[in-house]
Design a protein around this ligand. Sequence first.
Ligand SMILES: C[S@@+](CC[C@H](N)C(=O)[O-])C[C@H]1O[C@@H](n2cnc3c(N)ncnc32)[C@H](O)[C@@H]1O
Length: 238
Amino acid sequence: MSQLFPGEVFANTIDFDHGIRQLLPRYDEIIDVIPRCLPTSSRYILELGCGTGEVSLKVLKRCPEAHIVALDYSPRMLQFAQAKITAAGYAQRWTGIQADFGDWAINPEDFNIGREFDACVSSLAIHHLYDEMKLKLFQQIAASLSQNGCFWNADPILPESPTLAEIYQAVREEWASQQGTNLADIRAKLGNSSPQGHSSQDQLATLDTHLQMLTQAGFQTVAVPWKYYGLAVFGGWR
Ligand SMILES: C[S@@+](CC[C@H](N)C(=O)[O-])C[C@H]1O[C@@H](n2cnc3c(N)ncnc32)[C@H](O)[C@@H]1O
């Protein structure tokens, strides 16, 4: 197996949808919260790091008029996403683009996708960027949203103290055990990744740092609609 890109997680892409549900507490809640935070009337939505399309499917179901432009740099993940979107009958409302969203943040003019999105969503992807790039990305997202446009991101967050780090880790262990497995067995299915484009292995920031970056990037209202130990859904309106 060749080296994975950061964020692909599992050595075999086919393991992702099941494995991520074992690895991450309440993954299904996370991918429910994001679409719930979108106006159902949203028409043009940008998704960053769509992976195998789990969030896309939920968003397309909730927003019946929406078209999603989904960026992901992994051809393997995009292939899975495209197959699932097509099987669900949403092919006409979803465009997958193989691209690094860090490149989009720096040179949006190289991407012919416009700058009038009603919403931008992302899940478990942006934490692979260094903080400097996270800020650039948040700025580009803010600049690419229509008036009243919103951005919602789900990501793991940096524990604020060593005690919390232990607690967050224990919660993940407990979660794996509730799924009838353990983190060691799940980790045996993970692949090795090396830095790719703007992403490298986890570059976590605290929730507070994320919220400050969103404000700095131009979001007028910043919010955290969901948090569970070391995982959060956060974002806001520009
Ligand atoms: C853990 S997966 C999450 C996929 C999906 N959002 C979900 O929640 O199921 C992270 C995805 O982000 C993509 N990714 C990470 N860094 C990226 C970057 N700089 N540009 C584009 N895609 C990236 C990976 O290829 C992967 O598909």
